[in-house]
Design a protein. Structure first.
Length: 237
């Protein structure tokens, strides 16, 4: 249990000495998490990755919770947040795209990372930039934060679905197309009776967009909704 989540960041200056600094620890832990998931990151595994003794790590971090703080912040700092351009819709789209890229590169962030806000330097910069973008749509800070939350909620949900498909491929050994071919005969039989006309239209006649296309379409509909709401609030027609 972390009794002071900010401790790891206040001690940053202490870690900037020769030997195992915070950046090296974070980089090694990030490699482990990306390869095997956040659960694989233990002090013992991390020490082995660094070629150091487990106890030597405790001169730089107080325990695993500190390591998690470091790697979550490192992951979110892997790509700089977009700067406001004056076009709230384009900027929110860019912000969502950046978030999707980071989550796909570090899947554990979408499922295993702590859900409470993080306050490392990269997280603070990201939050500041995100709010600056959202306030282009509405200067009221609470409404801007709510609009940002709506976009991020859609983004996380869409990416979690995409990552779940990746996991299904790994677990089954079948790609999505291969799985569809295996289920095809049963599905055609189930749909032939006419009990599921809408599902049949979707399966037989519908388009088959990829994850990126589905993400772009859904995000644009979220932004359409925000635009319509803003127009209603401002009394526009």
């Amino acid at each position: 249990m972390v009794d002071d989540p900010g401790r790891i960041w206040r001690r940053a200056a202490e870690r900037r000495r020769a030997g195992l600094d915070g950046d090296r620890i974070a980089a090694a832990a990030l490699r482990l998490a990306d390869a095997e998931g956040l659960a694989a990151v233990s002090m013992r595994r991390l020490a082995a990755e660094l070629g150091a003794g487990t106890m030597s790590l405790y001169r730089h971090v107080s325990g695993r919770d500190d390591v998690v703080e470091l790697i979550v912040d490192a992951a979110w700092g892997s790509e700089p947040p977009p700067a406001p351009t004056g076009d709230w819709r384009a900027d929110l789209r860019a912000l969502a795209g950046r978030t999707r890229r980071i989550l796909l590169a570090h899947p554990w962030l979408a499922f295993e990372a702590p859900t409470r806000p993080r306050f490392g330097p990269n997280a603070l910069r990201q939050t500041e930039a995100s709010l600056a973008i959202a306030r282009q749509a509405d200067q009221d800070i609470d409404r801007a934060a709510a609009l940002l939350d709506a976009v991020m909620s859609f983004t996380f949900g869409a990416v979690q679905r995409e990552l779940a498909e990746r996991r299904a491929e790994r677990n089954s050994g079948l790609t999505e197309d291969e799985w569809r071919r295996t289920i095809g005969p049963y599905l055609r039989e189930a749909l032939a009776g006419g009990d599921y006309p809408h599902l049949r239209a979707r399966v037989v006649d519908g388009a088959d967009p990829d994850h990126a296309e589905r993400f772009a379409f859904g995000l644009d509909r979220v932004l359409d909704g925000i635009g319509a709401w803003l127009a209603a609030v401002r009394g526009e027609r």
